[in-house]
Ligand binder design. Structure first.
Ligand code: NAP
Length: 470
């Protein structure tokens, strides 16, 4: 895949880059390793100042950064601006919370026959981050902000279609004051991931991307005995039960499916509706989906911009055609418009069957599958009946049902009467083929820490755990 910016709204190639040579990659890893030795010796207040400076820069330069993201991958300008703001919020969150998340945790010294015992969180070294294009700033920031605050350094291999955003991120952390090499962008294709992760100086990897990329990186990491966090695909269920507020559910369902032009891992993709309210929901949902305006992502009136690549658009159209050829019904959309740009209309498909691709595959665009079920148990069976387990949504006003959904949905999160969203305060990640490990919250920061047990016997000074905060 060429490393290039191609505007998805026009199909025009705007800027191309030569991939880095083996020598350049090696030099970047060396800088990351040296920066790690420097960074781990800095204090939390120092790193807090740098990360806060990064937040200030993001906010000051929000509009230019957002324009660049829209140009590189087609999200609406409004969505891109919101993404920049969210990144600044995450930087401020981790800057403020690092001392608490990294503080020594006291243990019961008597039980382990010590005078003092505690857990200390320490950085582990350069971490490779392989990232996708769909939230080109946010996906990187939710790794980088906690990792840098913990004292690790980052090596970013971003998706090949967002090289300018990747370079912007390196520049951002440098200008914010982090040491040279603390955060480096590697302009390389996916074939170079093996070389980087095999290098003994690189201690771990995080990947956000497809299941195939996850398997590939997990294999390399397994061979090299390195820790990985994998945030992979999803086909999130959105269950609507008879007691739900149907108007609100249909409105939120539309946003949940079409946010980011339908290209979100946590977009609701399968709408599983109880038969008692199926027809009413289907009518409202299809009406909202049809009313969305598709077009130029820079236009403030546009709801849905183009898909990020021609291949991505072809793929979802093939999934829709496969369903239709096997007997599914299209309630709205289903035909890409003529003309330049990789646009696809918001589409609702129903009468789906297990032999259709849409039943089991992730659909990465504004296409919703609508399923009719006749009971709570059947809703759970369909919702959990995929290999994925990232997010899940349940709409019901029955408190008992809310509790049951929270337990029974097999996913990394359950949002009741709402749509899945990520917050710095809450852990984020999946189960099954959606990956493992968690980002965000204290858990995300500690994924790339050495959780060190410290046991001190007789002759210890009296200072207790909690004195240390690196
Ligand atoms: P992708 O093709 O897997 O690409 C993601 C990143 O992995 C890119 O940097 C890509 O590099 C690299 N890559 C691809 N194949 C690789 C391999 N075999 N070995 C090493 N690296 C490899 O995914 P995408 O199409 O960009 O993104 C969409 C997918 O990401 C969807 O499945 C979506 O659900 C998932 N996603 C998950 C989350 C989450 O938090 N769970 C969030 C967002 C997206 P190149 O660009 O150079 O190919």
């Amino acid at each position: 895949m060429p490393i290039a910016t191609t505007n998805p709204a026009t199909g025009q190639v705007l800027k191309s880059y030569d991939p880095m040579s083996a020598e350049q990659i090696d030099a970047a890893i060396e800088r990351a390793d040296l920066a790690y030795r420097q960074l781990r010796g800095t204090t939390i207040p120092q790193r807090e100042r740098w990360l806060t400076a990064a937040a200030d820069l993001l906010e000051a330069e929000r509009d230019e950064t957002a324009r660049l993201m829209t140009t590189e991958m087609g999200k609406t300008y409004a969505a891109a601006k919101a993404e920049v703001t969210k990144c600044a919020t995450a930087c401020r969150f981790y800057a403020a919370k690092a001392a608490e998340f990294l503080a020594d945790e006291p243990a019961d010294a008597t039980a382990v026959k010590a005078t003092r015992a505690f857990v200390r969180y320490q950085p582990i070294g350069p971490v490779l981050a392989v990232m996708p294009w769909n939230f080109p700033l946010w996906q990187v920031m939710r790794f980088a902000a906690p990792a840098l605050m913990a004292g690790n350094t980052g090596l970013l291999k971003h998706a090949s279609n967002v090289p300018q955003t990747a370079l912007l991120l390196e520049d951002l952390f440098r200008r914010a004051g982090f040491p040279e090499g603390a955060f480096t962008t590697l302009l390389v294709g996916s074939a170079e991931v093996d070389r980087v992760l095999s290098d003994p100086r690189v201690r771990a990897a995080t990947l956000t991307g497809s299941e195939g990329a996850g398997r590939s990186i997990a294999q390399i990491a397994g061979r090299e005995l390195k820790k990985t966090v994998l945030e992979l695909g999803g086909s999130d269920p959105f269950v609507v039960m008879p007691s739900a507020d149907l108007d609100r559910a249909a409105e939120v369902a539309t946003t949940a499916r079409c946010q980011n032009n339908g290209q979100s891992c946590i977009a609701a993709k399968r709408f599983i509706v109880h038969a008692d309210v199926f027809d009413a929901f289907a009518e409202k949902f299809a009406a909202h989906m049809s009313a969305l305006r598709v077009g130029d992502p820079m236009d403030p009136d546009t709801d849905v911009g183009p898909l990020a690549s021609e291949g991505g658009r072809d793929e979802i159209h093939a999934q829709v055609r496969d369903a239709v050829d096997r007997g599914a019904t299209v309630l709205c959309g289903g035909e890409p418009p003529a003309g330049p740009g990789w646009f696809y209309p918001p589409t609702v498909v129903t009468d789906l069957r297990p032999e259709m691709r849409m039943w089991s595959e992730e659909v990465f665009g504004p296409v919703a599958g609508l399923y009719r079920v006749s009971s709570y148990d059947e809703a759970i069976e369909v919702a959990n009946g995929t290999s994925f387990g990232l997010g899940s949504n349940a709409w019901t006003r029955d408190p008992e049902e809310q509790e049951r959904f929270a337990t029974d949905l097999d996913a990394g999160n359950v949002f009741v009467n709402g749509m899945t969203t990520s917050y710095p305060e809450l852990p984020f990640g999946g189960v099954k083929n959606s990956g493992y490990g968690r980002e965000l919250s204290a858990l995300g920061m500690r994924e790339f820490c050495n959780t060190k047990t410290v046991w001190v016997g007789e002759g210890a000074a009296t200072a207790g755990a909690g004195a240390h905060a690196e």
